[in-house]
Write a protein that binds this ligand. Sequence first.
Ligand code: PMV
Length: 316
Amino acid sequence: MEEKLANGHSHGKIILMGEHAVVYGEPSIALPFPAAVMTATVKPTTGALLVDCSYYQGIANDMPEVLQSLKKAIETALLSLGKPLRNIRVTIESTIPPERGMGSSAAVAVAVTRAIYQYYGAKLSNEALLELVHLSEQVAHGNPSGLDAVTTSGDEPVFFRKGHPFIPFQLHMDAYLIVADTGVTGQTKEAVSSIASRIENGDQKRTLNQIRSLGELAEQARHYLEQNRPTELGQAMDQAHELLTDLGVSSPELNQLVSAANAAGALGAKLTGGGRGGCMIALAETKEDAEQVSAALREAGAVATWITHLRQEEEK
Ligand code: PMV
């Protein structure tokens, strides 16, 4: 008998600009990051719902607490289709590191939902996908903006301001983005609340000005991306890193990688996402420059690096 099998795919995301400031209503820009990918495979089995991923192999019901959002994603997809929570095995393969601000929890929910719908031959609109993913992201993050779900499932950069619809836009850019993992788990929650307490107890005016400046840099970055202005984008990234450092959300590891990237010829570099660990990004003009920057980042302690071409629209 031929075995029925279905696949669902997704990719990572990177915040290019506006992290932290977005919490205070400023704009942010997130990019799909196809260099890190997630695949979910669904196969038939008899009996209990089974899950197979690098952290856990076994019955879905016995999954550990840290994987509850994955469990929720699988169950939500099955229930939305009116299917029983049994008779399938879901296998996850991922090159997206978890807890590095790359959107791994949204990406896994996207891949699983797509695979389950394909397995049952059901149509899945983009809107329905985002709604289903939102439910498991609530388990993972409490109050998700939805930005991760949009960028891990879609191919376009997204401009986002809290309370406003996501605005996808097209890149007109010919440059390379290098992403480097410090190897240290990011601490988004702690970093977000440290900025909140600066506003409450510290220098409120200065902190709010820094946040506003980060928002302005995100606005500028969008124009640079649309007008193929990599040099200016690099400069804006450097300025954003400085502001984020002043806000106290960088770390010695991140600062070391940012300096190493700039010393190796990057057009600019900054932390990405929540900070205090996680990943940083750098911009390079050519592939050769990007490879040089990537090698320098590994030498400076990055545990992994990725290079992605920010392509001009015509090449797509
Ligand atoms: O680390 P990530 O990718 O989850 O990004 C966090 C982004 C913040 O702006 C720091 C927090 C938020 O909720 O927007």
